[in-house]
Ligand binder design. Structure first.
Ligand code: NAP
Length: 235
């Protein structure tokens, strides 16, 4: 099934209280979604009767299963929840590395696995996995590794869910102006622009969203010698 409109769609957003998540909820409502499950570890009230606040901790298997059972009418899943951190691969603790993968890889994959049958039962629908430009460049240690792993999982899920008619799309972007990026004064994308690009891609049936110029150039850099992406290694 292709998703031609968000009107009458039933959208579920993970990490809905965060900077990007809030924008995914808001723009789904603006586009006429019938219902939006705004899921969070601590759900909050939203001033719109179409919003259903729902508890969902992506690292808690019971919580994921319960959310999938409750939200059995979902047609669009926005797999957005994530954590940022500066955990180095060599220098981070084992616990920090595992925590990063628990949320940004296993958590997102658990949501995809739990909702795949729901999407199938509702005609196919769409799954958007929120990656990062850092999926493609390892300057952020464990975060890059987990987002790279999620990118790979998205590529597999796209193939595995195609027969049931589910569009699987991956979003890549550099800094976005949300609490996760509050510590940096580097240029940041507006969350509204990133979410608009993501929903436009879903409606166009696109498999990948490159939401900023940095993501375009880093993706191109993957085909170049290693020192093109990592000039600090150039002799
Ligand atoms: N901001 C950037 O520069 C940037 C760039 C590229 C990609 N991204 C990605 O964009 C996504 C959204 O991040 P953001 O920028 O909106 O950051 P944010 O404002 O910090 O929001 C992240 C959200 O994820 C939620 N979350 C964390 N762990 C969770 C868990 N175990 N279960 C459920 N929810 C959980 C947080 O919930 P609580 O409210 O409970 O803490 C928070 O609402 C993430 O996947 C992030 O990696 C961000």
């Amino acid at each position: 099934m292709s998703l031609s409109t968000l009107e009458s769609a039933v959208v579920l957003v993970t990490g809905a209280n965060g900077g990007l998540g809030t924008e995914f909820v808001r723009q789904a409502l603006d586009a006429g979604a019938a219902k939006v499950y705004a899921t969070a570890r601590t759900p909050r009230d939203w001033a719109d009767e179409r919003v259903v606040p729902l508890r969902l901790d992506v690292t808690d298997a019971e919580s994921v299963a319960a959310a999938a059972a409750t939200a059995s009418d979902v047609t669009v899943v926005i797999n957005n929840a994530g954590i940022g951190a500066g955990t180095g691969i060599a220098t981070g603790t084992d616990a920090d590395l595992r925590a990063m993968f628990d949320t940004n890889f296993f958590g997102a994959v658990a949501v995809a696995r739990a909702f795949a049958p729901v999407l199938a039962a509702n005609g196919g629908g769409a799954l958007l996995n929120v990656h990062s430009v850092l999926s493609w460049i390892g300057i952020a240690g464990a975060y890059s590794a987990a987002k790279a792993a999620l990118w790979s999982a998205t590529n597999s899920l796209r193939l595995e869910l195609a027969p049931q008619g589910t569009l699987v799309t991956g979003l890549h972007v550099g800094w976005i102006d949300t609490p996760m990026a509050a510590h940096t004064s580097d240029p940041k994308s507006d969350p509204a622009d990133v979410v608009a690009a993501a929903y436009a891609a879903l409606l166009a049936g696109e498999y990948e969203v490159l939401a900023d110029d940095l993501s375009v150039s880093v993706k191109q850099g993957l085909a170049a010698p290693i020192t093109a992406l990592y000039p600090q290694l150039a002799g």
